[in-house]
Design a binder for this molecule. Structure first.
Ligand code: FMN
Length: 437
């Protein structure tokens, strides 16, 4: 049964070279200028998307592996997505814009004030993707790097602090009464004195309170701690999990339990599953792509090895493809989850070629073995997710117009005809759109 779901775009390349490494680079867009992003943002809004989340990494990674990160522009260069946001707001009227922010990088008072300013400038369309990466901490202070769970503790303290500042103007503090010549009532503002494990600051915040809700909080972490954070704090969860009924329902109920445990309603958080579909004009074309991916040649494997080398900050490109991958080559700072995703259930004796080939292999949407298929097949999948109670999906890709059109041109009409994709936006910005169904 079809029903409306929320759609978002995860700009997985961040504010970086859109199209690099692909033929679309020859369109000659300048990624450092706002135009290419504004064009994409307008397309998403016309398509009825609620939001775009802009990935970010403030760091180029460890000094020894910088070349792996920048050589093919997977890890950098990247510019600051918070500063791109106003250009996207200016180009659109309804689209929510969600830059990534790391609590290690911005002090709570500065964060609360900058985000409040953008929330007003945008007509209440700002969101924040709150991440807990710890590798970049050395750029901001010489304090010891936090562990995984401590980084979540810091993020919770940071977010509670930011929200206490946003809420430091009580009801009635903003007067704006010409007759009495009073703009604001300082006796209705809270001093907010915070002395915590990670931050110390005073309030109240020198910025106006919000009429249509606070900036939406988005979170991407998938560990138990990450899901608990989402349930307690987030308006949107960027969800990554196998798209089987059992896994989708289990993922959703873990977040809902955490939400209820924190005194919230399950419906206070929209869980959007991230998917990167390869949409084709026909089922035959999809079959051909899947068949061709079964036996990738060394050029394809090298391209995958380059991306993995950047993500894992470990050079895989120089290794013998036919020898087992020794996990001890990865430094202690490399995410165990990411190593596990590369090795899968093939075990440590499998050659590197087998791990890379598994990443190259594509599957058909129609038999649920992958994400290659027609718009109708993809719409079937989204409809099925909706039957399991799903709130929506995040499509994943860069922000090059070629990528957007290839993904959306045929899909939007199909989703609209089936009543899955909105035709109208709510008044009141991102929170209003998220809560309108
Ligand atoms: C889908 C997804 C997107 C993420 N996006 C970012 C990002 O843009 N920037 C960043 O620094 N960390 C990002 N992270 C990292 C998370 O914030 C978190 O630090 C990491 O996933 C470890 O937490 P976990 O074990 O709970 O998943 C992302 C993680 C996931 C799963």
């Amino acid at each position: 049964m079809s029903r409306l779901q929320h759609f978002g775009w995860f700009l997985a390349r961040g504010f970086g070279p859109q199209g690099w490494g692909y033929p679309s680079w020859e369109w000659d867009y300048d990624w450092t200028r706002p135009d290419v992003y504004q064009e994409a943002a307008r397309t998403l809004e016309q398509a009825g998307f609620d939001l775009v989340i802009i990935e970010d990494a403030p760091s180029l990674g460890s000094p020894e592996t910088i070349d792996l990160r920048v050589r093919h522009a997977f890890g950098g260069p990247k510019h600051d997505p918070l500063l791109l946001a106003p250009y996207l707001f200016q180009a659109t009227r309804h689209l929510g814009v969600v830059p990534t922010v790391n609590p290690a990088a911005v002090l709570p008072y500065t964060a609360a004030r900058q985000f409040a300013t953008l929330q007003h400038l945008s007509g209440h369309r700002l969101g924040l993707n709150v991440v807990t990466d710890t590798g970049s901490a050395r750029h901001f202070s010489d304090a010891p790097q936090l562990g995984h769970d401590e980084a979540y503790d810091r993020a919770e303290e940071w977010l509670a602090g930011v929200r206490s500042l946003w809420r430091s103007w009580d009801e009635g503090a903003l007067v704006a009464d010409r007759g009495s010549d009073v703009y604001a009532d300082g006796t209705r503002m809270r001093a907010v004195r915070h002395r915590g494990d990670h931050f110390a600051f005073d309030g109240p915040l020198n910025a106006l309170p919000f009429e249509h809700g606070e900036p939406a909080i988005v979170s991407p972490g998938g560990s138990g701690r990450g899901l608990a954070f989402a349930g307690a704090n987030s308006d949107v969860q960027l969800a990554l999990a196998p798209l089987t009924e059992q896994s989708v329902r289990a993922y959703r109920s873990r977040i809902h339990e955490a939400a209820v445990g924190a005194g919230r309603r399950p419906d206070d958080i929209k869980i959007l599953f991230a998917i990167q579909p390869v949409l084709t004009g026909s089922a035959e074309e999809a079959d051909r792509i899947v068949a061709a991916s079964a036996d990738p040649d060394d050029t394809v494997l090298l391209q995958i090895a380059r991306k993995q080398s950047s993500d894992l900050e470990t050079d895989l490109t120089a290794l013998d493809l036919d020898r087992p991958l020794d996990p001890s080559i990865f430094g202690g700072h490399v995410s165990r989850g990411s190593i596990q995703r590369l090795i899968g259930d093939r075990g440590e004796d499998a050659p590197l070629r087998a791990h890379l080939a598994a990443l190259a292999r594509a599957g058909r949407i129609s038999d649920r073995s992958g994400f290659v298929g027609t718009a109708e097949e993809f719409a079937d999948l989204i409809e099925e997710l909706g039957d399991w109670g799903n709130d929506g999906v995040l499509l994943w890709g860069d922000f090059h117009p070629v990528t957007l059109h290839r993904t959306l041109d045929e899909l939007v009409p199909v989703l609209r005809r089936r009543g899955i994709l909105r035709r109208e936006f709510a008044d009141g910005g991102l929170q209003a759109n998220l809560r309108s169904f």
